[in-house]
Design a protein around this ligand. Structure first.
Ligand code: SAM
Length: 291
């Protein structure tokens, strides 16, 4: 017997408190396509952040076997960089993006590409009329389990996500997932503990990161794992560049969102550089294939 559980991740209000701060604010310090997740410098450490973000998107598209597909779903589509790349570079006919942020969806709609459809909807409420050929989710899984859930609760919450993705794919269909995970260096300084609590309270409320083993356990009976990689140094590098970009336009950013928000973001980005470098956090990129 299958027991259905309710969605147990961050609420729409909690997600909007972060992503609806201001589109122009994020434009100041992210890359030019506004990709808000770890980039990929594989094989070429000299790449610019702009290029390393596109390389990451292409890695995920390849992993999901999404090139040339008819319909692709992007769960947590941000400002639409992947959706646009799918239809303009990878020959995808139609790309659907889910986000909980009204501002992000308005931005994607404003791009005006009829092949791209942004939807303001929780993945847990998504009921596609037709299956997708491939699914990609980058930097959203971090929000799928509420802060304070125990391991069993998190695994159940993630299991529901994997079951839904499985139902939306044909046999052999692929899901490419990128998510922050907890790292295995448990020896934290008092400052790291304070910073991580600050991030949980003020920056990403109602969200808690998974252990890699929880992600894999939750995928059992829905997906086989094709590949797993962990790139914490690449996320340290990404966050360092975001931090330095924001610090360089502090006055302009302060005019847009105020001193408090800018100060909070600088602290969260600096703390993230430190946490990835010290392996308190990891960055998992996992390719799954429908069992
Ligand atoms: C860190 S951003 C990543 C955006 C994009 N994938 C990228 O790499 O630039 C996280 C995204 O996940 C979305 N999100 C978070 N929880 C979600 C949920 N339960 N259902 C749908 N989207 C969600 C947010 O609205 C946001 O668009």
């Amino acid at each position: 017997m299958t027991v259905e559980i309710e969605y147990q991740g961050a609420s729409a209000a909690a997600i909007r408190s972060h992503y609806d701060v201001s589109n122009d604010f994020y434009k100041l310090w992210l890359d030019k396509e506004r990709v808000y997740s770890c980039a990929l410098w594989d094989g070429d450490p000299a790449l610019s952040l702009d290029d390393a973000q596109m390389r990451k998107l292409d890695y995920m598209v390849d992993g999901a076997n999404a090139a040339g597909a008819r319909r692709v779903l992007d769960i947590g589509c941000g400002w639409g960089a992947l959706l646009t790349r799918l239809v303009t570079v990878h020959g995808v006919e139609s790309a659907v993006g889910l986000t909980l942020s009204d501002e992000q969806a308005a931005h994607v709609q404003g791009l005006g590409d009829p092949r791209v459809t942004p939807v303001v909807q929780n993945w847990a409420d998504h009921e596609p009329e037709q299956p997708y050929d491939a699914i990609i989710s980058i930097g959203a899984f971090e929000h799928f389990a509420d802060f304070g859930l125990r391991r069993a609760g998190r695994v159940e919450a993630y299991r529901r996500f994997f079951r839904s993705c499985r139902d939306w794919l044909p046999p052999g269909g692929r899901l490419a997932l990128q998510t922050n995970v907890k790292g295995n260096n448990a020896a934290m300084s008092r400052q790291t503990v304070r910073d991580l609590l600050f991030i949980a309270d003020r920056v990403f409320p109602e969200s808690e990161l998974p252990w890699l083993s929880e992600v894999l356990e939750a995928s059992e009976r829905a997906f086989d794992v094709v590949s797993v990689r962990n790139d914490p140094d690449m996320y340290a590098r990404t966050c360092r560049q975001w931090h330095d970009n924001l610090a360089a336009c502090r006055d302009e950013a302060t005019e847009l969102v105020g001193e408090q928000v800018v100060g909070d973001y600088l602290r969260y980005l600096a703390a993230s550089v430190d946490a990835f470098t010290r392996r308190h956090l990891g960055l998992a990129r996992i390719i799954f294939e429908r069992a």
